[in-house]
Unconditional design. Structure first.
Length: 611
């Protein structure tokens, strides 16, 4: 049994475990609800033990091969070289991971790896000058750097037992009994740690073997999901994610230059698409909610310019999945995958439209969650972005009003150049009501508080605050939408508003919960909260005058069943673009629209069969 004791008696075990546990403790985000992965000490113990045991086996094999004195020296040199490379790689990785956490607020992730891959030599030099400053040594990075320094020092100052002492220990029966006992205890401890942490390793292996970045994101939306509790796991995960997006980027790029447009009748010279976020239809005043949180949109409807659609669902309750369907001509049920179909913005540009994209979510940045990385990689890719958009903003804002400033700056620049563009597609991608709701509305505009909700409700006071924050975010969103409409109200323009998906907000049957239940079975209640969404089309007075047939088609389509995976076909139809990629059966304004098409949520649940 004493053989089980050998790994933990090494310096490798001591310092690998030390740096691992320090990393787990020091990379806990500074949030009240944040905490270290509860099984980290145990999983780390088992992981480091196994790694050290493997190294001991390698050492034994190398020395066994060295039969001659020269052979033993060569094996010894090879082992030390391998060990040095291992130590340097591990310590550099841990230091880099901690550096990212200190400077960017996030440990290693797929976005950071992507940014590193796109960084030139000059940019790397500028980065080092800007971020690698003397004060970094007094941060958590300095604490991590201390571990390899101590490890190196242990080689210089280690003490050796005398041969006499060693011989005494080897012949001491109590000593051998003690070693066997400790070895047995270590074996049991490793076994218990492996048993406790096996589910995380199983989930990690499952995540790493998925076929698409969307599947990876979906797996991380489940609870529980794999905990990437150490830098090596985070690095391997990031590499895998970049491999997966590389595959889909390749398939998307294969269509570049091959998009065919037969003609364009310019049915709608200016199309404005507003994409919202996390909109619970039950909390929309436009659809009967008792809080006046959408006064501007209600006013537009009373003026007869806004037509709301009654029965609309999103195909997914994940932004990235929805966006991949929004931005291509693929619809659920078509052959192949979304990345096998052309991007609709490229079709618009081919038809002569000027396409502008203002997003407050999809910008490449170091601190980016997997869902933003998954949803925006094909939008942020330099080559794909250039074929989709004539102009896009290059920064994110705390509040969506920042997008209006970005748009105004673009317009001013064009005016200064004397540019007069006749055909335009404007896309505004808002942060909307994305969690956390309390930061989705400026304090100066907050209208509701806990006191606005009755005390006899079954929602506790703390959660009523969340409810108030959500209604405030809807109120603020209404003001942003109104300001966008104001910028086009005198043009020959048509404006479409559609959120990506719904949201749970303490609704019936889930009075304790807000957000989205990604791993729950989709029933009627969940579908109505998380998938059923508001949608409307606004026509300016000039547009209504010039295109009465389109207005009539909108009014007639308002009560029809619709799923937003077909959004691109609606837009192509509105533009009057004639292309083989357009399918009138997916266009809700077309006389050939197929209302009987199955509306499959998450590709497997028919919304219209839920009871």
């Amino acid at each position: 049994m004493s053989i089980f004791l050998r790994p933990i008696m090494t310096r490798m075990f001591l310092f690998m475990y030390l740096i691992g546990i320090m990393s787990s403790i020091l990379t806990v985000p500074p949030y009240k609800t944040a905490h270290m992965y509860q099984w980290a000490p145990y999983e780390l113990f088992a992981d480091v033990y196994i790694i050290v045991a493997i190294w001991l086996v390698i050492k034994g094999l190398l020395y066994k091969e060295g039969a001659t004195t020269i052979g033993r020296k060569m094996c010894n040199w090879a082992y030390r070289l391998l060990l040095t490379v291992f130590y340097v790689s591990v310590y550099v990785l841990y230091i880099a991971d901690m550096f990212c956490f200190v400077k960017f607020g996030s440990t290693l992730n797929p976005s950071m790896l992507l940014l590193i891959g796109e960084t030139t030599g000059n940019e790397a030099g500028e980065f080092l000058q800007s971020y690698v400053t003397p004060d970094i040594i007094f941060s958590e990075v300095g604490a991590i750097v201390l571990v390899p320094l101590l490890h190196a020092g242990s080689f210089l100052f280690r003490a050796y037992r005398s041969n006499k002492s060693n011989e005494t220990n080897r012949t001491n029966r109590n000593y051998w009994t003690y070693k066997h006992f400790c070895g047995g205890a270590v074996a049991i401890a490793v076994g218990v740690c492996l048993y406790l942490t096996y589910p995380n390793k199983q989930m990690y292996l499952h995540t790493m073997t998925l076929d698409t970045i969307g599947q990876v994101e979906h797996s991380l939306a489940y609870h529980p999901h794999t905990e990437l509790y150490q830098p090596p796991m985070r690095l391997a995960f990031s590499i895998r994610c970049n491999q997966l997006i590389g595959q889909q980027l390749g398939r998307l790029k294969a269509t570049i230059g091959k998009v065919e447009v037969d003609s364009c009748s310019v049915k709608s010279p200016e199309i404005v698409l507003i994409i919202g976020e996390s909109f619970n239809k039950r909390h929309a005043q436009l659809y009967g909610y008792d809080k006046a949180n959408m006064p501007n949109q209600v006013r537009m409807e009373k003026e007869g310019l806004l037509t709301k659609f009654e029965d609309v669902v999103a195909p997914w309750n994940l932004t990235s999945f929805v966006f991949k369907l929004f931005m291509t001509t693929y619809c659920v049920g078509d052959e192949g995958e979304w990345c096998d179909y052309p991007l609709f913005c490229e079709i618009f540009r081919k038809a002569g439209y000027n396409v502008n994209f203002m997003t407050n979510q999809f910008q490449t940045k170091a601190k980016q969650e997997v869902y933003d990385f998954s949803g925006g990689f094909f939008i942020n890719d330099e080559e794909l972005s250039s074929v989709q958009f004539d102009h896009r903003n290059n920064r994110l804002h705390v509040f969506d009003e920042g997008l209006l400033k970005d748009y105004d700056a673009m317009v001013d620049l064009r005016c200064s150049k004397g540019q007069n563009i006749e055909k335009q597609l404007q896309i505004f991608h808002l942060m909307g009501m994305h969690v956390t709701y309390r930061i989705r509305c400026p304090n100066r505009m907050k209208k509701w508080g806990v006191s606005e909700y009755p005390d006899d409700t079954d929602i506790p006071p703390k959660k009523r605050k969340v409810l108030a924050d959500y209604d405030n975010s809807v109120w603020y969103n209404d003001s942003i939408v109104n300001q966008i409409v104001e910028r086009f109200k005198n043009d020959d323009a048509i404006i479409i508003y559609i959120p990506d998906h719904g949201e749970e907000v303490f609704g019936p049957g889930a009075r304790h919960f807000f957000g989205r239940m990604h791993n729950a079975v989709i029933n009627k209640r969940l579908a109505d909260e998380e998938f059923r969404i508001p949608m409307w089309i606004y026509t300016t007075p000039l547009y209504a005058k010039n295109h009465p047939n389109v207005v009539a088609a909108i009014k007639a389509a308002a009560p029809k069943k619709y799923m937003t995976d077909a959004l691109s076909h609606l837009l192509i139809g509105l533009a009057g673009i004639h292309t083989k990629y357009y399918k009138p059966q997916y266009d809700i304004l077309s006389p050939q629209y197929d209302e009987s098409r199955r509306r499959l949520l998450k590709n497997n649940t028919d919304y219209d069969t839920l009871k």
